[in-house]
Design a protein around this ligand. Structure first.
Ligand SMILES: [Zn+2]
Length: 409
């Protein structure tokens, strides 16, 4: 009861925060607040260099399109998760590799600066025990992951340095093939038939360090080879189900079962384009492209230009309307994957600030809705705790137990 009142008090104090979760029952709020709630794919570091934007401020999704900040994490009962070092796949020549290397280091620095600036509210987590201790102290559990290993292409030994600075999860590719392996969505198709020789070496090194391997975005062949090669269970940090919507970026039931059989966890993605078929409207795409040429990257948009940008963007959306995935459609993926994988092998990675979010689940303040829907589907409080964080921490423990003892400094 105390925790419930706290949630409602926060919702009252922080205007707008928690509004989406207000409809959830007291029972769901209680279960949600009592669980350690983690998300494996927070793309929010992309916002950290946005002029005038701070993780400590309460933003509105409809105001600046962001989905995660400290007030909304508290309102939605999100204890933390993996902050992502995301790198868009660029050219793979020496210049491109250097650019990716520098970008990765800058994004890591942004995350560490964010944590250093808010020591009373957030803390770097390196182990599963850290996560429990940090959440117990009322702070946000802050793990670090990498999406697309491109920053390591110029020198894969950088993984050791990243690990020392906090990296605990590594995704091999993004939407294009890279030097380590094939993507599920490269228009050119497979280049390596799975992992490259450098990719195989990277897997061994990640295992040695105790870094969890993430097969989201990678091709099915990479997934199969990671599963075969990795000495620790692997994860999919943000992936949905082929059986609900057949898309190269999603995963089929047979592979979900293989992942579970090896102790891994699939964290279910809330990226609309991977949940349902959203037909592309060429005129809309063209208008959006010229909008982004006019205003530059959304993640660099100065606060005083956001209103103009959003007005133009909404005019395009009104002119060329398209459907959006809904909360129920997200739950269809989650409930299906739970049935196939079993409750010990499912988590949540909704791709916040990376394109995730659906109608009815627009930002992290709405997360208690997922707990409510899981309770309604018959899942117990124990099950729900596994889904929200218990399974993830188990995999992290296994990866770290299998790591080689750290070399003396
Ligand atoms: Zn992604």
């Amino acid at each position: 009861m105390k925790r419930c009142r706290l949630v409602f008090a926060i919702a009252l104090i922080v205007p707008g925060a928690g509004a989406a979760a207000e409809g959830t029952s007291m029972a769901a709020q209680r279960v949600h607040e009592a669980a350690l709630v983690l998300d494996t794919h927070l793309d929010t570091p992309a916002n950290l260099r946005r002029p005038g934007w701070s993780i400590a401020d309460n933003h509105q999704h409809e105001g600046d399109l962001s989905q995660v900040d400290l007030p909304r994490m508290k309102a939605g009962g999100l204890d933390g998760g993996f902050w992502v070092i995301y790198t868009a796949q660029g050219a793979r020549d020496d210049t491109g590799k250097r650019a990716a290397r520098d970008h990765g280091l800058k994004r890591l620095a942004s995350i560490l600066e964010m944590l250093a600036a808010h020591p009373a509210e957030m803390e770097l987590a390196l182990t599963a025990d850290d996560a429990e201790r940090i959440a117990g102290a009322g702070k946000r559990v802050s793990f670090i992951s990498m999406e697309n290993a491109a920053p390591l292409a110029s020198d894969p030994t950088l993984l050791t340095a990243y690990h020392r600075l906090g990296l605990r999860m590594l995704g091999i590719t993004h939407v294009r093939n890279n030097d380590f392996g094939d993507s599920s969505t490269d228009p050119a198709g497979a280049e390596w038939k799975g992992l490259s020789p450098a990719g195989r070496a990277l897997v061994a090194e990640a295992n040695r360090l105790g870094v969890v391997l993430d097969a989201s975005h990678a091709s099915d062949a990479v997934f199969d080879q990671l599963l075969a090669l990795s000495s620790a269970p692997i994860v999919l940090s943000h992936t949905s189900a082929d059986a609900i919507y057949d898309h190269p970026r999603n995963i089929d039931d047979a592979r979900i079962r293989q992942l579970a059989a090896k102790g891994g966890v699939i964290h279910v993605n809330a990226y609309g384009g991977y949940l349902v078929d959203i037909p592309k409207i060429p005129e809309r795409e063209a208008a959006m492209e010229s909008l982004s040429k006019k205003f530059g990257s959304e993640s660099r948009l100065p606060a005083d230009r956001v209103a103009d940008y959003l007005a133009e963007r909404r005019a395009i959306e009104a002119r060329y309307p398209t459907r959006r995935a809904t909360f129920d459609e997200y739950m269809a993926h989650l409930l299906h994957i739970l049935k196939v994988a079993g409750v010990d092998h499912v988590g949540i990675g909704a791709d916040w600030d990376g394109g995730g979010g659906v109608v009815g689940l627009e930002d992290v303040s709405a997360l208690p809705r997922i707990t409510e829907a899981l309770l309604a589907a018959g899942y117990s409080e124990v099950d729900i705790r596994k889904i929200w964080g218990g399974n993830l921490l188990r995999v992290l423990r296994q990866a770290q137990e299998g790591a080689a003892p750290p070399a003396s400094p």
